[in-house]
Design a protein around this ligand. Sequence first.
Ligand SMILES: Cc1cc2nc3c(=O)[nH]c(=O)nc-3n(C[C@H](O)[C@H](O)[C@H](O)COP(=O)(O)OP(=O)(O)OC[C@H]3O[C@@H](n4cnc5c(N)ncnc54)[C@H](O)[C@@H]3O)c2cc1C
Length: 365
Amino acid sequence: MAMALRAGVPLMDMEFFQFHPTGIAGKGMLITEGVRGEGGYLVNKDGERFMERYAPNAKDLASRDVVARAIVTEVKEGRGCGPNADHVMLKVDHLGEEIVSKRLPGIRDSAKIFAGVDPVVEPIPVFPTAHYVMGGIPTDRLGRVVVPLQHGPEEVVPGLYAAGECACVSVHGANRLGGNSLLDILVFGRAAGQDIIEYIKENPNHRPMNEASVEIAMSRLSRWEQPGEGITVRELRDEFRKVMEDHAGVFRTDEIMREGVERVKAVREKLKDVRLTDQSRVFNTARAEALELENLIDIGMAIALSALERKESRGAHSRPDYPDRDDKNWMKHSLYFQDEDRVDYKPVHTKPLTVETFPPKERVY
Ligand SMILES: Cc1cc2nc3c(=O)[nH]c(=O)nc-3n(C[C@H](O)[C@H](O)[C@H](O)COP(=O)(O)OP(=O)(O)OC[C@H]3O[C@@H](n4cnc5c(N)ncnc54)[C@H](O)[C@@H]3O)c2cc1C
């Protein structure tokens, strides 16, 4: 995605970032939803099954954004568990050792290794964790990257394709359902592959290489060869992680997001002061981490700015200052352009190709 941004392609709908409700608290490893599917449930510090209050029908099986918001609300309102009251508990001990070992062996291992608890006898400490981005590089249904140019918001960039999590063909809208990203890759990866074959048949030769682009790419690499003292990649990555945790989390307000955008800008500025202590040229993982950090910060800005600008709540994007979904003003895709840190919009397709149109409506529990 960051490569696309640097090439001038906008990223679409980056404010829609799904939080998985049950990451191991403080660590982030996922405890699958299958646990709640098998009968596990969440409790707060008073032992209350709080999901009954947030989603009386679906309870612990409500969608990811609903459960994630409920957990964060419990913690914010002082009903969190542990010495810092910063997580809730996922109970499975009532299922018995046989079911846990047979049907949920992976989570038993994860809980033991990363949380130090055996879920057969103790609950697992959990808190929402950033999981899946619904947004990405805008594509059409053939995986072709589409950008706004002279003739409309969706002109095909010749020869450029994206599919999978980096792409946004927008099948997931503002909140993906679990399992659907594999569908996304299979369907649109195949469509893209088939279209690429046709494209290559019609365009068998490379276009001439633009020397200026080569220079930009090479200077991005050689920039990490600067000697001397500076901030380490790890220090800046930790600072950036904290900024995103504090300012691009489950609940977003104007104040939180505005400050977040400024703090991401400050982190981005500090990138030029980062130095590698290992300058070796072969198998240098420090260099790869530095390049990754730059990419992460670019994506972080896309998320923070798109989230600040969308003044409504929809799917995974939750704004307590604009709590309602607002189809009149916000039934549109956001497009973040890296030049000038600018957010623009394009319309949503509402006419299916082969089935009857149905009006979009809010999901309620
Ligand atoms: C813990 C977890 C559980 C999940 N469970 C489910 C599930 O049950 N069902 C479901 O549908 N989805 C699930 N998802 C989401 C799903 O796994 C991802 O959306 C999907 O795997 C993305 O596939 P991808 O091929 O698009 O990207 P990736 O699998 O991320 O592949 C991208 C590849 O590109 C490589 N790469 C990156 N940059 C470069 C570069 N510059 N040059 C060369 N290579 C590069 C990476 O190393 C990587 O191998 C889960 C995700 C997580 C994290």
